[in-house]
Design a protein around this ligand. Structure first.
Ligand SMILES: [Zn+2]
Length: 514
């Protein structure tokens, strides 16, 4: 373990305890099967704009609802959670006796339930409905990976839409709901039109191969395969995320390492210096090689220790060359050997997939030189799916440190604006934190945030704050004091920009408005 390479190096935070949840794979039309999925709202703190199946957390009251034929109490409760959630989110009611209720009655019940007028248990009783575990088909359970800020232990179930019912999403937490053939859902994902997580992908893929016994086929997947699936999340077809613990800057605890391609792949930012984490990545790479894939090279987004800490290990282990921007290569010379330079605009074409759900597709990673966080910072834009690997230019939570002299606020804002000029932008794959499905929204938010900070800094200087620590005190009231040394660097970056624009004058360590 090397805890000294970054002064902010932190030890691992224990993973969050997963909360119980249930989700429902709702199907209709057995002759031409379709599955129902929802798009989560942009405003949600977790998995915003992701596609998912309806579902949610267990409620304490779920334990009070009787259900026939469940195996045991925990099983009974999770089935009730699934049935309650699908009713809340789509209006679909899966219960014995529901065929006797007209649609208006069910709609009225949903409204009553939504407005907290009556508990679910009483509602069912009043209408003469009973729940039955046999109405649900068992599907695999998934636990959110340990690196996620929020975690769920989710029981998945499948069910056929009861006759005469329709699924309807009321806009709020969910933006839309849609019935589609499993193959169409898979194609949307391959084309980059949606962001989904592993359980949804596994279900869609199994359904696309045939609805008959699909849950049994899913339940039959070996633990070894599941372990592999959980260590690298395929948010996009051929774009795998493997988060590895690194000595990074809080609130981040991990750096996202990406593996991209089909038969031919690249690894981006194997950043962990820790042997246990390097072993995880070795395992993932080795398993891909065992499946017949070939790794071409390692790409580095930028020079920071939490992005290069595992490069030498991986390069030596699998005999891979390393590529980076010239400025990065110069900065890490003597630490990491860089075999070739990547220029702005270079397209790294990764050969097609010979097998899999979309054979004969090619991945085209266009390198973008995006300085600002670091001088030699590269981002990679996957042209076919509109996926942007942002390195540390945009991250999954919080903002980015712009620390002079490596950092430059003018360059940083220009890099963000360049992102917005990309023809199609469907998801951001950041260097830290979760994948961002509201890509443009997040970039615009980042630009607005910097603009707000600049305005606050100008007004702090105008009201007499002259030195950087004073300005930080006045402006960064929302940031814990332990982080103020980083805030000081960000303020310096803003001030350097303002000096460059002729709006602020600097004498020694004092700043004033012009
Ligand atoms: Zn960085």
């Amino acid at each position: 373990m090397n805890q000294t390479i970054n002064p902010l190096g932190t030890s691992a935070k224990p993973p969050v305890t997963p909360k119980d949840a249930a989700a429902m794979i709702l199907l209709r039309d057995p002759a031409d099967p379709k599955v129902f999925w929802v798009k989560r709202a942009k405003t949600l703190a977790f998995m915003a704009n992701y596609h998912a199946f309806p579902g949610g957390q267990r409620d304490a009251a779920d334990a009070e609802v009787p259900i026939a034929n469940a195996e045991n109490i925990p099983d009974a409760v999770m089935r009730v959670t699934a049935i309650r959630e699908i009713f809340e989110e789509t209006g679909v009611l899966i219960a014995r006796g529901v065929e006797n209720l007209p649609a208006e009655r069910r709609a009225a019940m949903r409204h009553e339930f939504h407005s907290d007028q009556i508990p679910f248990k009483d509602l069912l009783k009043r209408e003469g409905l009973t729940l039955d575990a046999n109405l649900l088909i068992e599907a695999p359970r998934w636990v959110t990976p340990a690196t996620s800020p929020r975690r769920y232990n989710t029981r998945f179930f499948a069910a056929w839409l009861p006759e005469g019912q329709e699924a309807e999403v009321i806009p709020g937490e969910l933006e839309t709901g849609e019935w589609l053939r499993p193959k169409e859902a898979l194609q949307k994902w391959i084309d980059g039109d949606c962001v989904i997580v592993t359980p949804i992908f596994c279900a869609i893929q199994a359904l696309a191969e045939g609805v008959e016994d699909f849950t049994e086929r899913m339940l039959g997947v070996s633990q070894e395969e599941r372990d592999h699936l959980e260590r690298r999340v395929q948010f996009r077809y051929g774009v795998y995320l493997c988060p590895l613990r690194t000595p990074t800057i809080p609130p981040a605890t991990h750096t996202n390492c990406y593996l991209v391609g089909g038969d031919e792949m690249v690894v981006i930012d194997p950043g962990s210096p820790y042997p246990d984490q390097q072993a995880v990545l070795d395992y993932v790479v080795a398993r891909f090689i065992a499946q017949g894939k070939r790794f071409r090279e390692i790409l580095i987004t930028h020079l920071h220790p939490d992005h290069i800490g595992g490069v030498t290990h991986l390069a030596e282990k699998f005999n891979l060359p390393v590529a980076a921007h010239r400025l990065t290569a110069e900065a890490i010379n003597g630490e990491v050997r860089v075999d070739r330079f990547i220029e702005d605009g270079e397209v790294i074409e990764l050969s097609e997939a010979a097998t899999g759900p979309a054979a004969r597709l090619t991945w085209r990673l266009r390198a973008m030189w995006t300085p600002g966080h670091a001088r030699g910072h590269l981002s990679f834009y996957e042209e076919r799916t509109g996926s942007l690997l942002t390195g540390d230019c945009v991250v999954g939570f919080g903002t980015v440190v712009i620390a002079p002299p490596e950092g430059d606020m003018n360059d940083y804002l220009a890099s963000l604006r360049r992102y917005l000029e990309l023809p199609r932008l469907t998801a951001l794959m950041p260097g830290h934190g979760p994948v961002v499905a509201d890509a443009r929204g997040r970039i615009e938010e980042y630009i607005a945030h910097r603009h707000d900070r600049e305005t606050q800094i100008v007004s702090a200087v105008a009201s007499g704050a002259r030195a950087i620590p004073q300005i930080v005190k006045a402006v960064y009231t929302d940031v814990p004091e332990a982080m103020h040394h980083l805030a000081e660097l960000s303020v310096l970056a803003h001030l350097e920009k303002l000096v460059g624009e002729g709006r602020v004058a600097r004498t020694a360590n004092e700043f004033r408005l012009i």
